[in-house]
Write a protein that binds this ligand. Structure first.
Ligand SMILES: Nc1ncnc2c1ncn2[C@@H]1O[C@H](COP(=O)(O)OP(=O)(O)OP(=O)(O)O)[C@@H](O)[C@H]1O
Ligand SMILES: [Mg+2]
Length: 233
């Protein structure tokens, strides 16, 4: 569904991506893991057109994305839940979800809302509450739910478990699997390597701008280098 080929990205003199290639097959959960500063969010920015690579390409269902605007890329069916859960604090939960539903007819909006609220019953209970009063985990669910409202083909999640308590992490990962079970393809960017690789069909390990390891999630979990670097073994 999506293919990134030999991406080179610079921030001024910093060579942030040094030839990154990855593939996301339809219906898959693909995890991209790596330490702080490895370049994970940079990959995300390139895919959604917020950043132009110096060289390399990104292909989504056959369309080259790196020359398109973010607006066009999103219209092609890619939704994002960015790092740091950017929700609108003064708007209610329901209003935040509504903002994710651009491009939808009102019937589609209603169905989408019911679907998202069924995945996140906590949001359903809090639909009239200002989003800023939600807990961190609930805000993460809201950002994720908002991304789902456009019924995307591909969802990019940048560190959905960041700062969450273990129980919330579990809930977010359960939701990722559920949504994937219903047909969505997912790129999961995470520092939480165990959780991310446990549910991933395939994973990539990024280190200072390069993919140093890749393979099925369960196999990466068993890999000695991954265990040393990310699991403290
Ligand atoms: N706007 C920018 N200007 C200059 N350097 C940047 C910029 N954004 C990122 N970088 C640098 O590029 C490298 C990769 O950053 P990136 O945000 O992609 O890392 P990350 O893997 O997402 O890290 P984290 O897990 O902390 O979110 C880092 O060294 C970072 O300092
Ligand atoms: Mg990041």
């Amino acid at each position: 569904m999506l293919r990134a080929e030999d991406l080179h990205v610079y921030y001024g003199g910093i060579h942030a991506l040094k030839g990154v290639s990855l593939k996301i097959g339809r219906g898959r959960i693909v995890s991209l893991i790596g330490a702080n500063g490895a370049g994970k969010t940079t990959v995300f920015r390139v895919i959604v057109g917020l950043l132009r690579p110096r060289s390399g390409g990104v292909y989504f269902l056959g369309t080259e994305l790196t020359r398109l605007t973010t607006h066009r890329i999103i219209q092609l069916g890619i939704a994002v839940s960015p790092e740091g859960r950017r929700i609108f604090a003064n708007l209610t939960v329901a209003e935040n979800l509504e903002l994710g539903a651009y491009n939808r007819t009102s019937a589609e909006f209603k169905r989408g809302l019911e679907w998202v609220l069924s995945i996140f019953p906590r949001l359903s209970e809090r639909r009239t509450q200002p989003a800023g009063t939600l807990s961190g985990g609930e805000q993460q669910m809201l950002a994720f739910g908002r991304a789902l409202m456009s019924k995307p083909k591909l969802i990019l999640l940048d560190e959905p478990s960041l700062g969450l308590a273990p129980l919330m992490v579990e809930e977010v990962f359960r939701a990722i699997q559920q949504i994937n079970g219903e047909g969505a393809t997912i790129l999961l960017i995470e520092q939480n390597a165990v959780a991310a690789l446990s549910i991933a069909h395939y994973g990539y390990v990024l280190e200072t701008g390069s993919v140093v390891l890749e393979g099925p999630g369960v196999e990466l979990l068993k890999d000695e280098r991954v265990r040393k670097a990310y699991l403290g073994d």
